[in-house]
Design a binder for this molecule. Sequence first.
Ligand SMILES: Cc1cc2nc3c(=O)[nH]c(=O)nc-3n(C[C@H](O)[C@H](O)[C@H](O)COP(=O)(O)OP(=O)(O)OC[C@H]3O[C@@H](n4cnc5c(N)ncnc54)[C@H](O)[C@@H]3O)c2cc1C
Length: 414
Amino acid sequence: MKVIVLGAGVIGVTAAYYLAKAGAEVTVIERQLDVARETSFANGGQLSVRSVGPWANPHAPGVALRSLGRADAPLIMRLRADPAMWSWVVKFLRNCTARRARHNLTLLRRIATYSGDSLAALCEDTAIAFDRRRQGILCLYRDRRSFDKAARELDGAAEMERAVTPAECTRIEPALAEVEAKLSGGIYYPKDESGDARRFTEELAAICREQGVTFAFGTNAVRFRATGDRVTGIETDDGLERADAYLLCLGSFSSRLARGLGIRLPIYPVKGYSVTIPVASQNIAPEVSIHDEELKIVISRLGDRLRAAGTAELTGYDARIDPVRSEAVLKGLFSLFPNSGDPKKATFWAGLRPMTPDGLPILGAARYPNLFLNTGHGTLGFTLGCGSGRVAADLVMGREPAIDLTGLGPERFS
Ligand SMILES: Cc1cc2nc3c(=O)[nH]c(=O)nc-3n(C[C@H](O)[C@H](O)[C@H](O)COP(=O)(O)OP(=O)(O)OC[C@H]3O[C@@H](n4cnc5c(N)ncnc54)[C@H](O)[C@@H]3O)c2cc1C
């Protein structure tokens, strides 16, 4: 079977890998000149399989309100006449009730667990190198009340998750010694991991090529062609490409192409920033991946580099770097790890998270039986990539996926 995968971010490339493994003849269409050049380029690096949680939760409106008027706040919304943004915000707020958040968390955990298992198997099969670290994720709290609440809410669903004291935080990650007094506690997920999403995608693309996958780089997908109940081709700026099946993995840009077929996907770009600094032998930098609950930043050690990422900005498709916001991430990193490296050597990046209002990806067929969606992974594309790719490949190849996909398909928005 001939399959066209649209988009060569972490999502498109993992799907291409599983499709090729299942015997499909795969072409990946990508407008950039290499894989992982947009949102998958320099993300936070967390594989937060056990510590996942939807952004739409009862705390989110409070975070948004406290952020008002602060240019360096974790969350900002640029007020603009953008109906897509406002419609997305309304849907997001509807998902912030305790009941919806619980429901979404259950679904998120299902796909995340499958993804973690799939990643482990992929790593064993391929020996892929991507600065993988299996030392867990430690979520840090400064505010006592927030920590007590988080500790109370632990439901034992994540393997070996546990609330830890500030002293234990330092035992888990000795680089926290200097700031231990500022902490009220942490939640430790020892089975979580981290790694470099770009390197993972590049290495997996090399494996895909060995399996016969073709990459059409520098090719812009413009619109689908459809006749009757089938998609018959994809028009690109290099001409018309045809296949038996099409898999949409265009991240934040998926909704634009889907709209041409009358399919409305509520995916909105939510901009985030990262900073990366080199770590030298004299530096004191963490090895355990960190999530600072107050600053809303994550920190991951990627070989001899340290990456901090965070902030959410609703500002349309503008991926430019705002220095105030990127400096806020850098400042957050150094507030926890003051001797972790030289801030003058920092490199800055911004990317657009393809966010759905419920924080769940969109996996399934859409209107046409030969058009499939694997998109909308928001804050969790690296974490969910392997599970989503495997499920998407099963759907395209007409096989039964190993997990129940109820609630993850595009029909939930209709
Ligand atoms: C600051 C930040 C921190 C993050 N941290 C984490 C983290 O710690 N852990 C985690 O799991 N996730 C994290 N994420 C989320 C994760 O990075 C994304 O969910 C993931 O990268 C999305 O992958 P994707 O393949 O869907 O999108 P992309 O990587 O954007 O890939 C889509 C591809 O489609 C291509 N494309 C678009 N339109 C067209 C077109 N018309 N024609 C041809 N090609 C096209 C693009 O060039 C791009 O290569 C973070 C994101 C950000 C911004």
